[in-house]
Structures are given as C-alpha cells and as structure tokens.
Ligand binder design. Sequence first.
Ligand SMILES: [Zn+2]
Length: 125
Amino acid sequence: MKTLIDEAKKTIDQLFSKDKFQVGSAVKTKSGKIYTGISINCQKMNLCAEWTAIGKAFSEGNNDIEISVAIRKKDDGSYEIYPPCALCRELFITYCPNAEIIISENKKVKASELLPHPWIKKVRK
Ligand SMILES: [Zn+2]
C-alpha cells in the first residue's frame, strides 16, 4: 500500500500545477506492474487521475487492476488520499469490481463496496 501511495505522490510532485494538475494516481495490476496517472483539468471538464492511470494500463493490455490510489497535493505542499468520486466508482465497478481502493492511509475497500447498487448498462440486441 505504501509503495503505491509513494508512486502517486511522486507523479503529482512531478507535474503539480494549481490550475491544471492536482491529483496523482497509481494502480497496480495482478502482474505487479504499476501505472501512474494524473488529473487533467481544463475549462469545461476535469478528468480524474484514476482514468489516466487505468487508461495507461489498459492501453498496454493490462486490465487486471488489483489496487488503486489517488493522492491530492494541496497548495501548502501536503498530501491527502482522495477517495474516488462517483464517476471513478462507476469506472471501477465496470472494469475492476474486485480491485481494492485505498481510501485513507490505513484503509482500503473493495471497489464493489464503494458502489453497492450500481446502474448496469443494458446492451441492445
Ligand atoms: Zn474521479
């Protein structure tokens, strides 16, 4: 857990910008590979760091996300672990419901527990 938190901190440290990049994320796949991501904020939309980290993993063919964390760097230079927003919870429930999500320094929960009654997209035939 600490290694993943440190990777997310390192990622946000490298690119922190008050207006554009405030959150770093790290995910680990079952193979042990760690992917990092960063939040992308623009005029009309914000993309959470979890999406960019998971996007990197998926684009390299690794969709077996085992654990995830997001870290916000504050203006004073301190950090806080960010529990996932509702859209990220939808992302996790769709692609990795069994992944563990770090929500504090010493607590992680299963993704499916973060969104206990998910909306399931119906596939038209
Ligand atoms: Zn989010």
